[in-house]
Design a protein. Sequence first.
Length: 243
Amino acid sequence: MKSSLSAVAALAVSISCAASNAHAQSPTPPRSANSSQTQQAAPGYDEWGDEFGGGKLDESKWERFTFEGTGGGKLEVKDGQVRIRSGNGTRSGIRTRQSFAGDRYSVEARIAKVGPAIPEPGQKAAPLGFAGLTILFDSSGRNRIEWILTSEGTFEAWQVVDGRGERIDNRKLGTKIKNPLIGVVRRGDEFLFVLNGPDSPPGDAQVGLKKKIKNMPRSFHVMLYGFGSSENNWDAVRVVTMK
């Protein structure tokens, strides 16, 4: 990933299309909701987030959700992370209870770990693991956008429209960053797939891909999951929408 967010200082501000706004806030979610350094959303924006504090999932913000397979598996909140591992052949994780709306917004999440899946009987090596930041436009998963980091450090970007999935990256994207912040920014029909280091300046954020995807709904939920039994752990999520 070589291209950067040049004049755009933060994911949350890049949704406004004001590429000259270099004084925007950091895209990194605040470390603590009670911290004196907690950053507020810029005027004209609504912000929602979670840092997975406490000993269990905040059920006022999240619900367990499956749109393929039987679900189940492990889900726990520990040490400021939500840790998810489902069963083979499933697309199961957690989905925001809140439905967001708009055609200019940013969705970002910090990955704590993505591990390989559990081998099935007869397999000699562990299958590739996935951690997917997903924008769900319905309850069936037939319309969604996914930005995925694999356990090998490679990226996949997918669009699924009316149940037809298409991988839209060039199969050459990857990173050596540990615990990266990944994000999807929508600007009308344009979607940006973004990477940043957990402690990097916002100006160092990189756009791995830009893609025009027409006529996607305005209303959406955010979902975190890893396909099958992939271990995918997350320690922060943030959604910023324009008012």
